[in-house]
Design a protein around this ligand. Structure first.
Ligand SMILES: Nc1ncnc2c1ncn2[C@@H]1O[C@H](COP(=O)(O)OP(=O)(O)O)[C@@H](O)[C@H]1O
Ligand SMILES: [Mg+2]
Length: 371
């Protein structure tokens, strides 16, 4: 199912050193560079205000960068007006023309290009099929649901078969159920059409589900670029670790040999590649699902005695807050399946053993602390 890109494939879209400053001092983007392969769906992910929309608008030519270039298929499009850049775009709010029918909305770009009527009719019919709404062509936007309107907006963006599809939080205004259905539909459609796509969202789950690669942004800079699995399993910074999924953070200091971090009086072993000087303040990060619980003590690394302080039932699993003696009041959150809860007979106050495999612990220098 996963798309295959070869390592030496030429970039299709190149974002080179883009900087954008609003007014005198609002630095919305700082020296942003990355490239997108042909047919790839790349997501710009980050909290509100980190510069996602600004970057998308610069790619679209709706905003002018202060510095940097945009290269599309080998052509510098940095200074071209929007109409000469060859993209389709969908925004969060339904930007359909209210006085035009669904079909007329989809046909809009084709009419502008003065395509023959017959050809337009066929293309609109084809697009309505493609988005799974063959029978709504005659309806006006107000007669359509939010999800249907966004499908029409998507069809309109795709009508002229653009080189690039730009999607700015197209699902954010929809309710959860529709959002979940539509994100898979968009992914499959994108895959089928092979249209190079930049998708913007602040929703980490959406990014993980939809993307070939994710660009994680924070305050106008890139924190990490990688596949969803790379970003989740090997977050490059505490910001990424914190923003995507849940994470336990514990403060400590690096000890001898770069394989041990001391938090309070607890020693965590890890498999590190970055060397730290002895006694460097560090932050260790552990995913709640990587905390294994056992009823009996076993021999091995990172096995500690804990007490269950709190438990939250979350449907398919429990989230436990564990206190670990010697951790300076530090708590560790674990996620445990219902079956495992039953097997271990876990309840509030239970005494258990915690085990975290060293290879699943990430260690960061404290100066990169989550802020
Ligand atoms: N037209 C503008 N004038 C001044 N500041 C702007 C303008 N557009 C965006 N900004 C600022 O640039 C930053 C990035 O905004 P934006 O790109 O909309 O972020 P995001 O889409 O990630 O939420 C924010 O600090 C925002 O206030
Ligand atoms: Mg935005």
């Amino acid at each position: 199912m996963e798309k295959q890109f070869t390592a030496n494939e030429k970039p299709y879209l190149e974002i080179r050193k883009i900087t954008k400053i609003f007014g005198d001092e609002v630095v919305a983007l700082k020296d942003i560079s990355f490239s997108v392969k042909e047919g790839e769906l790349i997501t710009l992910l980050g909290p509100s205000g980190c510069g996602k929309t600004t970057l998308l608008r610069i790619i679209a030519g709706l905003e002018q960068q202060n510095q940097g270039e945009i290269i599309l298929a080998g052509r510098d499009i940095s200074r071209l007006p929007p109409k000469d850049r060859d993209y389709g775009i969908v925004f969060q709010s339904y930007a359909l023309f209210p006085n035009l029918t669904a079909s007329e909305n989809i046909a809009y770009g084709l009419v502008n290009l003065k395509k023959p009527r017959k050809e337009i009719e066929e293309r609109v019919k084809e697009l309505l099929q493609l988005i799974g709404l063959p029978d709504v062509g005659h309806k006006y936007p107000s007669q359509l649901s939010g999800g249907q309107q966004q499908r029409i907006a998507l069809a309109r963006a795709l009508a002229t078969s653009p080189s690039l599809l730009l999607l700015d939080e197209p699902l954010s205004a929809l309710d959860a159920r529709v959002r979940i259905a539509l994100r898979l539909e968009i992914k499959h459609l994108q895959d089928r059409l092979g249209v190079t796509t930049i998708f913007v969202t602040h929703d980490q789950e959406e990014a993980l589900v939809m993307s070939d690669r994710i660009v994680v942004m924070n305050k106008g800079t890139i924190e990490q670029i990688g596949t969803p699995e790379e970003i989740y399993r090997f977050p490059a910074t505490p910001f990424v670790a914190d923003f995507i999924g849940m994470m336990n953070f514990l403060s400590g200091v690096a000890e001898r040999g770069n394989t041990i971090v001391r938090c309070g009086s607890v020693h965590f072993k890890y498999h590190g590649s970055t060397p730290f000087e002895t006694e460097t303040p560090v932050l260790i990060a552990i995913r709640p699902e990587d905390v294994n619980l056992r009823a009996e003590k076993i021999e091995g690394e990172n096995i500690f005695s804990v007490i269950v302080q709190e438990l939250e039932f979350l449907g398919s699993f429990y989230r436990l807050t564990l206190s670990l003696l010697g951790l300076d009041g530090g708590k560790i959150v674990a996620e445990v399946s219902i079956n495992r809860m039953r097997a271990l007979g876990i309840r509030q106050g239970s005494s258990l053993y915690l085990h975290v495999p060293p290879e699943l612990i990430r260690v960061y220098p404290t100066r990169n602390r989550v802020s």
